[in-house]
Design a protein around this ligand. Sequence first.
Ligand code: GLN
Ligand code: ZN
Length: 752
Amino acid sequence: MQTTIVGFPRVGANRELKFATEEYFRREITEEQLEAIAKTLRQTHWNTLQTQQLDWIPSGDFSFFDTVLDAAVLFNLIPQKYQALNLSKLETYFAMARGYQGERGDVTALAMKKWFNTNYHYMVPEIEDTVTIKVDASRLVAQIKEAQQLGITPRPTIVGPYTLANLAVYTGKKQAQDLYPKLIEAYQEIFTIIHDLGCEWVQLDEPAFVFDLEDHTQVEIKRLYENLLSGKLQPKVLLQTYFGDVRDLYQTLIDLPVAGIGLDFIEGRKNLELVQTNGFPKDKILVAGVINGKNIWRNQYQQTLNTIEQLQKEAQVVLSTSCSLLHVPYTLENEPDLLDTTRAHFAFAIEKLTELQELKTILTTKDKTALQHNQRLFAQTRFVKNQTVEHAINSLNAQDFTRLPALATRAAIQRDTFDFPILPTTTIGSFPQTKEVKQWRAKAKKGELSASAYQQKLQEKTAACIAFQEEIGLDVLVHGEFERNDMVEYFGERLAGYLFTKKAWVQSYGTRCVKPPIIWGDIYRQAPLSVAESVYAQSLTNKPVKGMLTGPVTILNWSFPREDISLKESTLQLALAIQAEVLDLEKHGIQIIQIDEAALREKLPLRKSDWHSQYLDWAIPAFRLVHSKVKAKTQIHTHMCYSEFTDIIKEIDQMDADVISFEASRSNLDILDALRKQDFQTQVGPGVYDIHSPRIPTVAEIEHTIEKILEKLPVQQVWINPDCGLKTRNEAETYESLRHLVTAAKQKRRDL
Ligand code: GLN
Ligand code: ZN
């Protein structure tokens, strides 16, 4: 019995790679220095894997930015505009990752997208018709040699050809299939290089195999792999899948001349059943992903052992992680403040290596201490259950998820209540988080600024923010969210049931890392979350100030969830907590409440066939639960960040908010057609300018955007707002842009 992992995190236990790369970007260190730091990190990681007695160690899981980008560069999938800059290899790589602005030109970065159902982002390869596929294996080779110097025969990992070709975008006539012949030759060339270096195996990552695959795609994959694996087969190929099951492809995969198949038994709901009913070939190994690569809880050994026992009836099993450990933090060693009784329940990347080792010991020796220890842990009650929460959830009924009266009736009542002009203007919530604001927060945290002095400063900031919004003539104001570090962390810190870490960073994209809070126990609201800030802001003006909350689905999606209860149940707990806040805001005279669901789309299952049963059927009702009990005249807003929701428009309407704002400016307002065609009922504020860019939109530009919106949507349905919160912008840009926005809206009102 052997152990392995799909991949290891690379930013470093203390985010060394992040800091070094940023220093390099600022020209504070040289390319050689950056390379040296990266090399040391790789060595540290390999040493860790060796110390933890991992049998089978990967290479190629390191990256300066992203492994999909690495694969693109490996095969020379480099668009002309980057090649034309004539930069060094590393600089070309970073130009693709981040764009380039300098003496040699001005090019934007490749697009960035969420990696399957994770919060990690990959760089989308861009393929031109003129592309010349050729191999530059220098990095791959260097890393194999580095591992060998440490006495390791690594298993190089590369994104597989199907996933690579199908995640790419094509700028000309070429399509994925046109790439296959040359790509196959290139992979085969790499196989030879790897083999000549003395490596026995290569790992090809094909997470795209877990989507719903139609018959013709199944045939396409079969042909692709048969061609790839034709001829002399060295090294052995491990076909690694993750993030789901391979139900459409199982038979195809087991018939391929690969030497190993990696399956995910955590998220791959049907994988065990597939192995049991169809069997598994004797000439291959099954790399069984039984340790969760995405969550931070300890593995329940007895359950895992049962799965392994089932698998061993059919196959020769290697113990592994469900996906790369990239998606979990490094180590609990970095969390000295956690109580031992708490810590015992977690396993970050390094502790997961221990779990693999312990499972192997249990399976192969008479020593069962680790199992007994683990059983004791899971027999413990981790926290005191909250009876009130449990009771509240059990007594929920259909009415709790239905807001009355219906949308159209409410709209009429709200028209009378607010008497807004047509094309009412508002913002999404946050105003610039200036250095000053961040400093106050940091000082308050360290105790260098008293709580009351901090409050005072925030109130001054809010007062100025309200005054500015009144002055320029916005219709619905916001308090500015100056008290918030992050839209999830802020609420998590105030809700019972959450746990926070110090250094549990996870890579989100490039050098950016996030620190998701952990849902530890039952969630409930122990005290008001935002009432004081909203009430204060409202006291300063006669115009309505929006209460500003984060919705339950987004809070869940940006946290590490519990595994002892369902996601649905956790979301309902969050929904009830936010509902209490909504009703409290209403009671305190807040007439408009925005409940952001920025990340609603994030956990949408990879298979469309699972969308409803596994997610939307509870996620959408959870949002309705939050606002179902407010008065007809209280206006509920929501906001979503990605405009990629043309395929869930009906469901978004079913959230039954009164108004929704969303990012639209960068997608050419394409979504408006879909809204119209699908008879979207909720009032909408399609963002009229892109807040992600420092550019200040002109009045004429915004007017033009408004005209385009009005070509598609009835004027009574439309709100005017930026496309997201303004916290990342500076004050000067923001003030100017918002002035332009209001001027443009007013001008349009006159024209109509
Ligand atoms: N209200 C939040 C803000 O303005 C929304 C942020 C978001 O959608 N990501 O910052
Ligand atoms: Zn947003």
